[in-house]
Design a binder for this molecule. Sequence first.
Ligand SMILES: [Zn+2]
Length: 451
Amino acid sequence: MSSPTKKRGGTSAHPVRAAGRGGLRRLAGPVLAAGLAVGQLAAASSLDISDRYSPLNRKRPVRPETRYIILHTTEGSEAGSLRKVRKYGEAHYFITAAGKVYRIIDRRKIAAHAGRSMWGGRTNLDAMSIGIEVVGTYDRDINAAQYDALRELLRQLKGLYKIRDRDVLPHSMVAYGRPNRFHRANHRGRKRCGAIFARPDVRRRLGLAKRPPSDPDVLAGRLKVGDPDLQRMLFAATAPAPRQAILSGDSGPAAAGSAAPSSASGNGGGDSMVISRGRNAWSIAREAYDHPTTVYVFPDGTRTRGDEIADWDRIPAGTTVHLSEEEPEQEFEGFLEIGKDGDTIPDLAGDAAREATTIYFFPSGLIRTGAELAADASLRKMLAAPPKGTRLLVGYVYGGYVRARRSAYAIARSKWNYPSTFYRLPTGRILSGDEVDEASIPFRTLVFFQN
Ligand SMILES: [Zn+2]
């Protein structure tokens, strides 16, 4: 924080040099030559580490710098979470309930783990951090095997990248949300993920001497507090005792029968999935409150999708919220975004703003090409003043819908399975070409491929 422009940590171009200033010496000797020569973190004898690389590892770019380590809790079963984290490349390391460590994304590359994030005014922390997923929930202690694995992994990474203890942060400390129906300003509280790793006693057991004393972005007025209970968990000097650790033989939190990020197991109602006084749709579903994959079951048994609800003030108490476990952290990976990558359309699309090869994804769900927007008097204003969060693909072909006699291959030909090709499913989910199975693409899926 004292020198915001100074780069810390090593880059992939010099993995050994980055390790040379102290970190190298602490690594286990015999495996050094083999381990670091191929850019792997050396496996010390006390670390049971193996490769479970994501299919996305290949196409992920190298991270320019490394300032932070972000700690996550899976909030779901071990098997389901591992599948999702690998599928979307959502962490560099995954620690099982038994204390095994899996490599998911090469530690030098970018993993999509932090999502919308800010710390000390810096945003998009994926570009400057290593992400570690630990099987567990944000309010539950981890077990002895997990402590051993995480402590050793942190010791090696801190040495390798010269990361300070206070820069090892729970995901919930850095995640933030945009203004929405429930919060008028950018706010902390988008996630509770990893909150257990803010506890001074937990940090001490992990070999972390310090934690941030306060939230720099709330202090500076960049963010509002969206979840006061979370803020107390993260920064209070004393916190209530955590729930008991899961046992290493468990398959994880879902062994208790709950879905992420819930606990239907009834731990006092703090995490109930039922809407009640003081517990609204946002406090249960967070940013997924209006997603098509979030389902509301009203007390009379009727079911409604989040994107079908218009009046959020009139959801009756007793309504149960069902979340999809498969919601990826960053489904729009590869898209440009108004307010993130640039403030105006010319910033992002230049002269191509009104072309058919620029495709706009508005927050309302509307998708149009630049040519269509320019040709329609009622839509032209959206080109002049696009809502924040509007996403763009530049240099793309709008391939239209997959139909019974119009396959993805018929639309995009050899590019149908390219990582740069995107599919928008009828549910609103975006998948890239290397994530879809051509045999299971639903009709009415839209296809976009590079020109
Ligand atoms: Zn997380």
